[in-house]
Every structure is written in C-alpha cells, then in structure tokens.
Design a protein around this ligand. Structure first.
Ligand SMILES: *Cc1c(COP(=O)(O)O)cnc(C)c1O
Length: 403
C-alpha cells in the first residue's frame, strides 16, 4: 500500500467554496444556472432524489395506468428508493457490455405499455445515449427522465443534458460539482409539464426551519473542510475506518436511508450557491482541460479502458471512470490506491440487486453486465488538487498491477 500523506484528495472534483461565498445575497441560484446552461427555468429542490421523486409523482398522476420505471441496473441506490417512495415499480435494464449505457436490446425487452418512464443516466459526467431511450419511449408511449445528477454542465450537440428527454434533474449534493450541501434542480422542456412539476412540489414539499438550519450548518462545515487538509477528517478517516470494518458500501456512502426527506431550500443557501455558481463555467473548463490531458496517459496503460463521450457530446469531468480487465486486477489496484489519499475510489459498489439493504425494493434480477461493471470499475478524482506527480503515481501503480 502506498504511504498515507497529510492531505487527502476528494474522490470527485467539487467546486471549492470561498469565504466570500458565505455572505448573504440574492437567492438567484436556479435563475443564474438556467441562464448559464441555456435551459428553461430550473426548479430548485432539496436534493437530486427529491427532484426525481417530484418528477415521478407528477408522471404517475398524469398516467395512473402506467407504473414501471426503467433504470440502468448500475446506478445510485437513491434512484431505487425514490421509485419505491413514489409508489411505482422498479424495472432494471442491464448495461451494454463494458459501458454505462443501458443495453439497447435489454431496454426494448424491458419496456411495454406498462412503462411510465425510462431513465437514461449521465453517469460520471459522461453523456448517455438519450436518443435510444427516446426511440423506445416513443414506441411504447412512455416518458424519458434524464438522470443528470452527476453531469451539471454537460452538453450534447451544444445543448444542456436534461433537455432531450421530457424531464431532467441535476444534483447539488456535497461532492457533486457545485454544492449547497444538499440540493437538486428539476427541468422540463415543455412549459405545461414544468408547471405541473411546480404544482406537485407546492403540494408536497414543506418548509422546515429545523432541517434548513441543519443543512446550513452542514454547508458551513463543508465550506470549511472541503480542502486537502480538512478532507482527511471529513472523508479519508471515515473511509479507512469503514474499509477496516469490511464495509465498502459504507466507505463510499452507498448506504442511504430508505425515506427521502423533502423541504424547501432556504434563501441563504441559495445565495451561497449563486455566489459559487459564478465560478462554475471556468471550473468546468479547467476540469475538462485536465481530463483531456490525462486521458491519453491512462490509455497508454495496457488493460485500462477509460469511459468517454460520443463524438458530438461534451460531458463534465468530476472524475475519470476506468475499467480494468477483471475484478482481481481492479481489487489489486484498489489495495494500493484506495486508502492512499490520492482520490482513487469506486463509484457505486454493486449493481442494484447486490445491495442487501435494498432487498425489499429492488427486483432480484440477473444483470451480468451491470455486475461486471461494478466489479471492474474504479474512479480517479479529477480534482485540480490532484497534481501531475500524484497522477503519475497513480498511473505507475496501475502499470505495475497490470503488468
Ligand atoms: C447522487 C445521485 C442521485 C441523487 O442525487 P442527490 O442529490 O444525492 O439526492 C441520483 N442519481 C445519480 C446517478 C446520482 O449519482
């Protein structure tokens, strides 16, 4: 194992907050981001999952005879929890071999007149194949919800992700790019649907002074600790403790509560987000430049595949997602790198059926490609704090493991 250092790099490239971001200001976060992205008005919610829940409840009311939500079998456990909380049925779709997109044949097999929505997912900032989901959805009369939780700022043919489907959502959670500790943005191209989403939220999302106070304190903690020295305390030490206890699910934070809190986001957190959002375009450009510089180096390593975008897409680069030849090599690489403070980690530990705590809400379906993806993938942070020496250390370690 590589020696542990004094600082700790985050597994994803979040936009660091500055002291001046914490000053009071106008709560213009959603308006500013819509202008930046070139989207219709964005609806601010308390999390990406809350945004998804509101979307699902809205669609359920529009089409009460349809109950199935088709999702990639390798995705965030919160997606399964949202489907359950909306009173709908989860239908898994296996992945393409060695890819984060849903397999086109499996997708066609999973969809019929019971399908309410299909959820292409822009995993790791990579732009997903929404066109294929739209083709299938049109055939069976279903909707498309783009899960862009990990892809705020990503574009396809010059247009923000989330705009090709009927509904899209982004996450503003800690560690996912721009953060107000917990937050989400909901988007619909069609103004009538947008209006319905807003009405659903007005009905079911309460104000909560207590929760908002808690989130505000958490945001202050995040602002203070999201830097290489603070992250050892806030991220590295709990990670190593969980791994020592043989709990990889806990180590990456995949163990979510089974109910989704709903609350309105207060004005101060919106102002903090708006201040930070002014730096987002330059930050995303910086990350993209760094990723484009590092991808060729990774591709020189025999046995490493790096996930990339289709030719007409410009994704975001919170981290680089790699596939190694098999689980044994992947685990050998992690044995060297996971606890080294270099920002190497895993995305989700399992395909959805692999989580014990989700047994009652995820169908026990065999999804071999999703399982394979979980077993062979690892992530390398694209944080600007990961300097060229650190990156070279990671590459050399991968070379030695794969030799
Ligand atoms: C994080 C995430 C979500 C949920 O977003 P939160 O803001 O954490 O609630 C949904 N889908 C994917 C793919 C995610 O990574």
């Amino acid at each position: 194992m590589l020696p542990r250092r004094h600082h700790e790099l985050p597994p994803t490239a979040g936009l660091p907050l500055q002291l001046a971001d914490l000053r009071p200001g106008a709560p213009t976060l959603a308006v500013d981001l819509a202008a930046q992205l070139g989207t219709p008005p964005l609806q601010l919610e308390c999390s990406g999952t809350a945004s998804l829940l509101i979307a699902l409840i809205t669609l359920r009311e529009l089409h009460p005879q349809r109950r199935r939500i088709v999702v990639p079998a390798y995705t965030c456990p919160l997606v399964a929890i949202a489907v359950q909380q909306a009173g709908l049925e989860l239908q898994l779709c296996d992945l393409r071999t060695g890819h984060s997109d849903m397999d086109p044949a499996a997708l066609r097999a999973a969809c019929d007149e019971r399908t309410l929505a299909i959820m292409p997912t822009h995993l790791a900032g990579r732009v997903a194949d929404v066109d294929d989901a739209l083709a299938v959805a049109n055939n069976v009369g279903a909707h498309v919800i783009e899960d862009a939780a990990q892809a705020l700022g990503a574009r396809h043919r010059g247009i923000s992700v989330g705009m090709a489907g009927d509904i899209g959502f982004f996450s503003l959670a800690a560690g996912k790019g721009l953060s107000i500790y917990e937050g989400g943005l909901l988007l619909a191209r069609d103004p009538a649907l947008q209006e319905r989403l807003a009405r659903t939220a007005a009905c079911i999302v309460p104000r909560s002074f207590g929760r908002e106070s808690q989130r505000s304190i958490e945001l202050l903690g995040y602002a203070a600790l999201y830097r290489p020295r603070g992250l050892r305390l806030a991220y590295g030490n709990p990670l190593r403790r969980a791994l020592r206890h043989g709990d990889p699910v806990g180590a990456v934070g995949d163990d979510f509560p089974l109910t989704i809190p709903l609350q309105r986001v207060g004005r101060w957190r919106q102002a903090v987000g708006a201040h930070a959002a002014a730096r987002l375009p330059a930050f995303l450009d910086q990350l993209s430049t760094q990723a484009q510089r590092r991808l060729p180096r990774l591709r020189q390593i025999g046995g490493v595949e790096v996930l990339d975008d289709p030719a007409d897409a410009q994704g975001t680069w919170p981290f680089l997602l790699l596939l190694l030849p098999n689980q044994q090599r992947r685990d050998a690489a992690l044995a060297e790198l996971w606890q080294a403070g270099l920002g190497v980690s895993r995305l989700f530990i399992h395909a959805l059926p692999g989580y014990d705590y989700l047994k009652n809400i995820v169908p026990a379906q065999d999804v071999p490609n999703a399982r394979d993806f979980a077993a062979r993938s690892l992530s390398i942070s694209n944080s600007p704090w990961l300097d060229d020496n650190d990156f070279e250390t990671i590459c050399r370690t991968l070379e030695s493991v794969l030799a």
